[in-house]
Design a protein around this ligand. Sequence first.
Ligand code: GRF
Length: 192
Amino acid sequence: MKSKIAIFASGRGSNSRAIIHYFKDHPFISVDCIICNRKNAGVFDVAEEEGVAAFHFGKEEFQSADKILELLKIRGVDWIVLAGFLLKVPSLIIGAYQGRMVNIHPSLLPKFGGAGMYGDNVHLAVLEAGEPKSGISIHWVDEGYDTGSLIQQFECIIEENDDLQSLKSKIQKLEHEHLPQLLESLIQNEKG
Ligand code: GRF
């Protein structure tokens, strides 16, 4: 039986698309659904274009978690990936998916993580600090914001003429390339 992934996302969904493409026709992994907390998020268009089921849950439904857990259970979801998901994940879901839920963050954690560090805020803070490099962090999910233990990081150099747009595109390139591959190897390891 294939391992099923649910993607939790709140935004544009470029990582969701990269993950869906990577696992299309994969022998032992499939993307089962996308779960999103924002009604008009671009990720719903991605889901429709790619033919993947998508569900909306509001903030309160996320906090109480029972409806979401029930959906995940009914659909037989094995793994959760947070790809640009902006709400805190409730403990009930974290407990149920211990060791099977990862997040991607667009900086080299622990630098530039935590509350308020999302989207452009992260890249602007990195540039403002004059960092020589940035990158992405893929980590396990715990109760905090961006505090779970690190699985792997990938770096890029920041050049003198880099600005928000150019840094953002370097980071996205890293994300789209590495997140699906890393997920694949984590799931493969778990299957043994
Ligand atoms: C990514 O940079 C991810 O690292 C961060 O949010 C962004 C989501 O982008 N957590 P997208 O919605 O997948 O395009």
